[in-house]
Design a protein around this ligand. Structure first.
Ligand code: SAH
Length: 348
């Protein structure tokens, strides 16, 4: 961790020791921690019980926020996309998705992404850097401020590949899951991976009940390599073996994500091949109609192909869900707002 870390990435114990290292009583650190994790403070000056002198002292060593919202775009269905600027000027995106009693925040784990899936906006401007734990926790804290209430669900489905940033990511998960803090239940935290096998193996050993989603997008290795360069590094057969070991070890079901792209991967033949591939596997398939991205020529599926794709899987006794496209009129594919900003600034 850098010399001037975001306080939101630290555990209660770590903040207590950090306070002690500054010659302060441990409980002073804990007071600050409570402001950050329970009251979503984004300025030291609100921490009245610390008093101005201690506020200044803490501010010399820790950042109270590591990300500042610079733009928000709301769509009619209540979905809000937020662009946040980090302390080094990089920008990331979060999405706030309300649905009935649910408040889901979609969190980015990196600036850009190394894997550059063909249809994904996040990899289009390359990989810049991984986020620190505090930068991920702060995205959730801004969502809580937006709603005036804690999010009920967190999904790591924003920009980046969480398993390429495993250490910081798991630290963020532990902060969010802390029952004394934001207290987001493990089962309400979802991580999505493009298929980084070592990450799946590590997660299997964590004893954490979080939800694992694996991006599949193709029923065979050849097509998957075309859509997802990561498949050359971690080929589909090896990925499925790793997923099987994960379900055996954790007794948890995996969700496979499948983005439907017209004619590319959404035909009956693809659905049948997918049904054969996943036959008997303890999983569900989340079908996601492609959100068009300017830099990719593929198109979303026709309504009827979504319907029979789902039917073919259901007939093969594979549970499916269909992700409703939310916030479609506001450049819904994650990373698009950021890309637009970079273009405006002449950085991409
Ligand atoms: N790197 C991780 C998490 C980020 S993306 C992963 O690949 O899983 C979260 C999901 O959105 C992935 O399944 C990804 O393939 C999908 N996705 C990316 N761009 C999309 C687009 N334009 N339309 C629909 N889904 C998309």
């Amino acid at each position: 961790m850098g010399a001037f870390p975001g306080i939101a990435g630290l555990s209660r114990t770590e903040v207590r020791s950090a306070a002690q290292a500054l010659g302060l009583p441990a409980y002073r650190g804990e007071q600050a921690w409570r402001w950050v994790h329970l009251r979503m403070a984004v300025e030291w000056s609100v921490m009245t019980d610390l008093g101005p002198a201690l506020q200044r002292e803490m501010a010399r060593h820790f950042r109270v926020v590591t990300a500042q919202p610079v733009e928000t775009v709301a769509s009619r269905d209540g979905t809000v996309r937020a662009v946040l600027q980090l302390t080094d000027g990089e920008v990331i995106e979060s999405v706030y998705i309300p649905a009935g009693e649910r408040r889901t925040v979609c969190v980015s784990s990196q600036v850009g992404c190394r894997w550059a899936c063909r249809f994904c906006a996040s990899g289009k401007s390359g990989f810049r850097r991984s986020l620190q734990a505090a930068e991920m926790v702060d995205q959730v804290r801004w969502a809580a401020r937006h709603w005036g209430d804690r999010p009920t669900h967190v999904v790591f489905m924003g920009m980046g590949e969480p398993f390429d940033n495993y250490e910081a990511w798991i630290m963020a998960v532990r902060r969010l899951n802390d029952p004394e803090g934001l207290a987001i239940g493990a089962r309400r935290i979802t991580v999505s991976t493009a298929g980084v096998i070592p990450g799946i193996e590590r997660l299997a050993g964590e004893q954490l009940q979080i939800e694992l989603s694996v991006s599949l997008h193709a029923p065979d290795s050849e097509l998957r390599s075309e859509l997802m360069p990561i498949n050359r590094r971690y080929p589909l057969p090896d990925l499925l073996k790793a997923c099987r070991r994960y379900t055996e070890k954790t007794r948890r079901i995996i969700t496979f994500e499948y983005t439907l792209i017209e004619t590319v991967n959404d035909t009956r033949a693809h659905a049948q091949a997918l049904a054969r591939l996943l036959a008997g596997f303890p999983c569900r398939v989340n079908l996601i109609p492609l959100s068009p991205v300017g830099e990719y020529e593929g198109r979303g599926p026709a309504r009827e192909s979504v319907r029979w794709f789902q039917e073919i899987l259901e007939k093969a006794r594979i549970n499916t869900t269909l992700r409703q496209s939310r916030g479609a009129e506001v450049e819904a594919a994650c990373g698009q707002l950021r890309l637009r900003r970079l273009k405006q600034e002449g950085r991409s």
